[in-house]
Design a protein around this ligand. Structure first.
Ligand code: ZN
Length: 197
């Protein structure tokens, strides 16, 4: 298991992609390595933004704004947003919805070569479903200090007694993912306060 925490200000990105392109093969092996990391970081942010757009849809539906996408071979094959209230379904978390969508798209209950992006650290239920689905990699945005099962409360992805493990990356666009949740709860508190006046 590997946990990588990084942000937009990540020290790993040291030179611009333009200078990467100018690097001659062989002579600048370190530069190529950094370029690979740069593109991986940009890919993660790209897909996390797609998950954030889905989180906005959850908010529009009156649900806690969490979104998720499942990516297979650089293509989004599953999308989901938090919808337990509207679906009358306690399992309708963004990750569960995205996993179900991806499984239908790929016509397979096992998803061994996908990466799942979610705006909030997965709970134990969703982490368990990802491990059952054999998801290869999980990328999340903000941490969830109350129910996070990817390192905050417990870490199912690091549980060596389980039969499957996924690579874990946390903190991608964490500020934006967290700010969306904070704004949602602030608005909800304000609405409740006004309804009591
Ligand atoms: Zn969950």
């Amino acid at each position: 298991m590997r946990i990588l925490y990084h942000s937009r200000k990540c020290g790993e990105v040291q030179i611009s992609p333009c200078r990467m392109a100018q690097a001659k093969p062989g002579r600048f092996a370190w530069a190529k390595l950094t370029a690979t990391r740069y593109h991986a970081l940009m890919d993660d942010e790209f897909y996390m933004r797609a998950a954030l757009a889905l989180a906005q849809q959850a908010w529009a539906a009156g649900e806690v704004p969490v979104g998720a996408v499942v990516v297979f071979k650089d293509e989004i094959v599953g999308r989901g947003f938090n919808a337990p209230i509207s679906c009358h379904d306690p399992s309708a978390h963004a990750e569960m919805m995205a996993l179900r969508d991806a499984a239908q798209t790929l016509q397979n209950y096992r998803l061994p070569d996908v990466t799942l992006y979610v705006t909030l650290e997965p709970c134990a239920m969703c982490a368990g479903a990802m491990l059952h689905a054999r998801v290869a990699r999980v990328v999340f945005g903000a941490v969830d200090a109350k129910t996070g099962a990817a390192g905050s409360v417990l870490n199912l992805f690091g549980e060596t007694r389980l039969n499957h493990h996924a690579t874990l990356t946390g903190g991608v666009l964490a500020e934006e993912c967290g700010a969306l949740l904070s704004a949602f709860f602030a608005e909800r508190r304000q609405r409740i306060k006004q309804s009591k006046v």
